[in-house]
Design a protein around this ligand. Structure first.
Ligand code: SF4
Length: 365
């Protein structure tokens, strides 16, 4: 039911669709849609890392390595440039390297998201940033059509609303989706055209009541979900991930439903500042823990699974505090480290099994 990413993008490119490769994570997708550009996000492209290592330190996270490897391959589908949002120092450095040192046949764009503390000044900065980005895109793709931007915001708003509904349904066990199916659905938004993504989200049936009684419920936190084999292994153990605090997932959707867009730039700014707290936005740690605790209690989870990407500085910085505080609050948790390799290691299987046993003891005790 979900189109294969590679085939879908190839088909779109053959149809003349403008496609921009977008590195993680936050960017004004609606502005790109208004220029008829399809963002194809580059998080964890598969395959061996062959050429990228020559340009990067050994202690760089695999998202940056895989992103560079993808760029060096000069994908035929990406025909409208690359966009590097300012997510972390590693991605910012990569943007400079690709633009000024390594070079690519495609134009390179940057988008310097503000970091916390958020106030009137950062809001003003973000509005200016949007307008600057508009001007940059106009030099290459022609004048912005305001009506198209408005329509893009309305479409984005519908996606956000539907996403919120599905997220709530997942928490209430009202979706008949396995762990891999749920995250495939979430991640399809990384490459589908917005109208196709909305159609897909609308096709997912929300059942009237719980479809199963999951008594092994987890909240997943990190940048990306674990590999599909790990997610399937959790299904085998009757564990359901009912809520997420992922940068590639819920951290990119507003906490509450926004009003219908009236002014597109104001709407996009409101949306940005209504995103949940996140390590990559330098959110206050107390805010983050408060948000996590709220999700834990609202989703009635039994524990938290952290999926930490090796060498991810922003996440590692927060992780220590989050773990310490959750432990103090007697929330069971397990931290896995990933290098974004396929499959699941024997060690991870054992650790997950031991964690679930411990959860069962706590729940029954
Ligand atoms: S995994 Fe962490 S360090 Fe790597 S690109 Fe993402 S935020 Fe940056």
């Amino acid at each position: 039911m979900i189109p294969n990413r590679k085939k879908y993008l190839k088909q779109q490119a053959q149809n003349g669709q403008k496609i921009m490769g977008v590195l993680p994570a936050l960017y004004p997708r609606e502005l790109l849609w208004a220029f008829d550009i399809l963002p194809a996000e580059i998080w964890d492209p598969p395959g061996d890392i062959l050429r990228a290592n020559a340009h990067l330190q050994a202690t760089i996270c695999p998202i940056v390595k895989r992103g560079l490897e993808f760029i060096l391959k000069e994908s035929a589908s990406v025909n409208a440039g690359y966009l590097f949002p300012h997510t972390c120092d590693s991605l910012q450095n990569l943007a400079t390297q690709v633009k000024d040192l390594i070079g690519t046949s495609q134009p390179v764009y940057t988008f310097y998201n503000p970091k916390a503390q958020f106030n009137k000044t950062t809001r003003r900065y973000y509005l200016d940033l949007l307008q600057d980005f508009q001007t940059t895109l106009e030099t290459k793709f022609g004048p912005l059509n305001r009506a198209k931007l408005m329509a893009a915001c309305e479409l984005g708003s519908k996606i956000d609303i539907r996403w919120l509904t599905l997220q709530n349904a997942r928490r209430a066990d009202q979706l008949e989706l396995t762990n891999p199916e749920y995250f495939q659905l979430v991640r399809a938004g990384e490459y589908l055209k917005p109208e196709d993504y909305l159609t897909l989200l609308n096709q997912v049936e929300v059942q009237a009541g719980p479809v199963h009684q999951s008594n092994r419920r987890l909240l997943l936190s990190g940048i990306l979900p674990p590999h599909e084999e790990t997610l399937s292994f959790l299904d085998e153990l009757s564990v359901t991930i009912v809520a997420d605090d992922l940068l590639s997932g819920s951290r990119r959707f507003p906490i509450t439903q926004l009003d219908t867009p009236v002014d597109p730039f104001e709407y996009l700014t409101d949306r940005h500042f209504l995103l949940p707290p996140c390590s990559t936005r330098a959110s206050n740690l107390k805010e983050r823990i408060h948000h996590l605790q709220k999700m834990i209690s609202e989703s009635q989870v039994h524990g938290v699974l952290f999926n930490i990407i090796k060498f991810c500085e922003p996440e590692l910085f927060d992780h220590r505090f989050l773990v310490k505080t959750l432990k103090q609050n007697r929330v069971p948790l397990l931290s896995l480290e990933t290098e974004l390799l396929p499959g699941i290691s024997g060690q991870d299987r054992t650790r997950i099994e031991a964690f679930i046993e411990m959860l069962d003891e706590q729940v029954s005790g």
